[in-house]
Ligand binder design. Structure first.
Ligand code: GLA
Length: 390
């Protein structure tokens, strides 16, 4: 063998060895919150009236209702899980009456169902409900959360001593990272410090963009409208969060909840149900488990949904889908039924003979000429996937 052949052979052997090393490795896991997180949170319905039985039963219901099967996985305990005082070692501990067996026991139970557990603290001296919180305790608290098997932290902004938000959220982001556990980091500073601009840099994977949602059409639209200028900030592992869902909490109509859910899906918003999963009606379950709408939420075509057109109380919202199709939502903000039409050319569709539109709530398909048109009930939405033309 001459020298060149020898060198070539050596390179070949080295490459082969490197390749087989890689081939042995398990495929890389998808990054955390690669798609908008889906789950449930106790706050909207239960406030502080929570305990371990509620969390267990909610996990059970997430499975038995079919929600787990369509992608919901986080069971998130909000404010009021902690005892009034830290323990003798200075660690957070669970409320002895509400969670007598501790958070690890709940986490084990939730994990046993194939689900994940979320918890809550504040980047302040106390939570919004006046309980111990994590400012200046970030390392110890993150360590506890990891030890307990927590998979998701919602990190609030109450009692923050007016210290800079980036500093406070960075401290917890670093502390979570240092635990080595995969924990979704959900920033909840209500948009006060524009966390969409720096959320990713502190390890945030979703960030609240507004104050708290209420179970009303007006509040839902108010949160919706605040998303309009934020389109460019959202994307895989860093989502704009217009707050948790109110679907099924009783103060809006079925039609309004369909619109709420459709809009959140179009925005690639986290889909965190906020109702009582144990006793929800069939119509609430029907909304929360609409697979076609959830598929829009979980799809990333390069941009979250955005407002394309407003005419009086009628709006057209549009989101590109990864496969080249387009999700189109027709929103009637008015108090009487109407018909909304949109010329596809006005949405940048190439002139093309025909398009197909699938109605994601009626589950019907129709051939379109150059216009999408639909009747839309008062305070309601119609949602379609339009194929072709882009
Ligand atoms: C804040 C948050 C809410 C909820 C409460 C709990 O208001 O924005 O989502 O977590 O605190 O006290």
């Amino acid at each position: 063998m001459n020298r060149y052949a020898f060198v070539l052979a050596a390179v070949f052997v080295a490459l082969l060895a490197a390749f087989s090393r890689h081939a042995d490795r398990p495929a890389l896991a998808a990054p955390l919150a690669n798609t908008p997180p889906m789950g449930w949170n106790s706050w909207n319905k239960f406030g502080c009236k929570i305990d371990e039985q509620l969390i267990r039963e909610t996990a059970d219901a997430m499975v038995s209702s079919g929600m787990k099967a369509v992608g919901y996985q986080y069971v998130n305990i909000d404010d009021c899980w902690m005892a009034k005082e830290r323990d003798a070692q200075g660690n957070l501990q669970s409320d002895p009456v509400r969670f007598p067996h501790g958070i690890k026991t709940i986490a084990d139970y939730v994990h046993g169902k194939g689900l994940k557990l979320g918890i809550y603290s504040s980047a302040g001296t106390k939570t919004c409900e006046g309980l111990p919180a994590s400012l200046d305790h970030e390392v110890a608290d993150a360590k506890k959360f990891a030890e307990w098997g927590v998979d998701y932290l919602k990190y609030d902004n109450c009692n923050n001593m007016k210290r800079p938000a980036i500093e406070r959220y960075t401290a917890m982001g670093n502390a979570l990272k240092a635990t080595g556990r995969s924990i979704v980091f959900s920033l909840c500073e209500w948009g006060e410090n524009k966390s969409w601009e720096w959320g990713r840099s502190v390890g945030g994977m979703l960030w609240r963009t507004t104050g708290d949602i209420e179970d009303s059409w007006k509040s839902m639209l108010n949160n919706l409208d605040q998303q309009i200028p934020l389109v460019k900030y959202s994307g895989p592992s860093g989502w704009n969060d217009p707050d948790m869902l109110e679907v099924g909490n009783g103060q809006m109509t079925f039609t309004e909840y369909v619109a709420h859910f459709s809009l959140w899906a179009l925005l690639n918003a986290p889909l965190i149900a906020g109702n009582d999963l144990r006793s929800m009606s069939d119509s609430t379950r029907y909304i929360l488990t609409n697979k076609a709408v959830i598929a829009v939420d979980q799809d990333w075509g390069g941009q979250q949904g955005s407002l394309a057109r407003t005419e009086g109380t009628s709006q057209v919202w549009v989101k590109p889908m990864r496969d080249g199709s387009t999700a189109i939502l027709l929103l009637n903000r008015g108090t009487s039924p109407t018909t909304i039409s949109i010329a596809l050319a006005d949405l940048g569709f190439k002139p093309s003979a025909r398009y197909q539109a699938v109605d994601l709530w009626a589950h019907t398909a129709q051939e379109l000429d150059q216009t999408l048109q639909s009747g839309v009930p008062a305070h309601g939405a119609a949602m379609f996937i339009v194929k072709g033309g882009r």
